[in-house]
Design a protein around this ligand. Sequence first.
Ligand SMILES: Cc1cc2nc3c(=O)[nH]c(=O)nc-3n(C[C@H](O)[C@H](O)[C@H](O)COP(=O)(O)OP(=O)(O)OC[C@H]3O[C@@H](n4cnc5c(N)ncnc54)[C@H](O)[C@@H]3O)c2cc1C
Length: 312
Amino acid sequence: MPFIRDFSTDILIIGCGAAGMAAAVAAADSGAEVIVADDRPVPGGILPQCVHSGFGLGRYGQELTGPEYSEREFRRFRASSAVYFPGCRVLSLSPDRTAMVSSSDGLKSIRFRECILAAGCRERSIWSLPVSGTRPEGVYTAGEAQEMTELGGYDIGSRVFILGSGDIGQIMARRFVQLGKTVVGMAEQRGELGGMKRNQEECIRAFSIPVILNSTVSAIHGYPRLTGVTLHHLDSGSDELIECDTLISALGLEPDRELAESLRNESGYSAWLHFCGNADFVHEIADSASAQGEKTGKIAAESALNSRNGGL
Ligand SMILES: Cc1cc2nc3c(=O)[nH]c(=O)nc-3n(C[C@H](O)[C@H](O)[C@H](O)COP(=O)(O)OP(=O)(O)OC[C@H]3O[C@@H](n4cnc5c(N)ncnc54)[C@H](O)[C@@H]3O)c2cc1C
């Protein structure tokens, strides 16, 4: 049996992104003990990889980049009494209000009164679609491509095709052009572009990204490296071979609630479990995730402080 270190707290927050940090500050300022566990080594969730500007207009009245927004939020977080456990992945949540956590210095068990799930969202991958052909290198989700490019400094390819017109795909299309790559095209199965109007203007139109509406990728070619994709035109039924060495999917995001699934019953989730940020619903704007985090932090703190007399 491995050695497990025990902790207890009023509120456990899972995720130290925009939502988790704001929830932690609000809960700690309300008088609750707070632990925030995040599996990444640095705070901010997806913010550090969003190097473009467009964050913070609502919250700070000025346009910040993702890393700048994250830094401001983290400063507030550091000034609070909340305790931060970086590099700690929550493996499970039990009905007896205990979390099992893995970290580089071993396993931790954290007992809590209330838990806030601020674990962000997941990207739908291309492998969830009926796509035939090979499974080569050079196929990434837009978020993976963004992380590898902006945080890892990797050069992931030179002729890029993008499937799906979600916001991250549009932002990455612009980024690839800025990096001197060729964006061969962006396929969208619907008859209009997805994403925010602002990204359509600033990323697609301003950078002349070729958009092919009513189309999808039906086959992938090349091995070990991608050499092209078959583009299927949904209106005419015709197929076209597109040569590319990189395929990026931007097929949408969905809340990551995996940890909560085992706690769900016919009447919903346990009352001690709260959701905020992209784990609740996908927020287009970080300010909105932070605002919801604040509200959730206050609500959880009120419940935790009310239950203190009864003990854990
Ligand atoms: C590419 C992109 C561009 C964007 N551009 C803008 C923009 O221009 N302007 C704007 O305002 N907003 C923008 N947004 C939206 C905004 O950034 C997000 O909505 C917001 O940052 C989400 O915050 P979050 O805290 O909910 O999730 P996240 O930032 O995803 O944080 C969740 C954290 O939880 C951690 N985690 C997950 N599971 C576990 C576990 N089991 N144990 C421990 N930790 C775990 C994750 O690793 C992560 O660190 C953009 C989003 C993306 C993806």
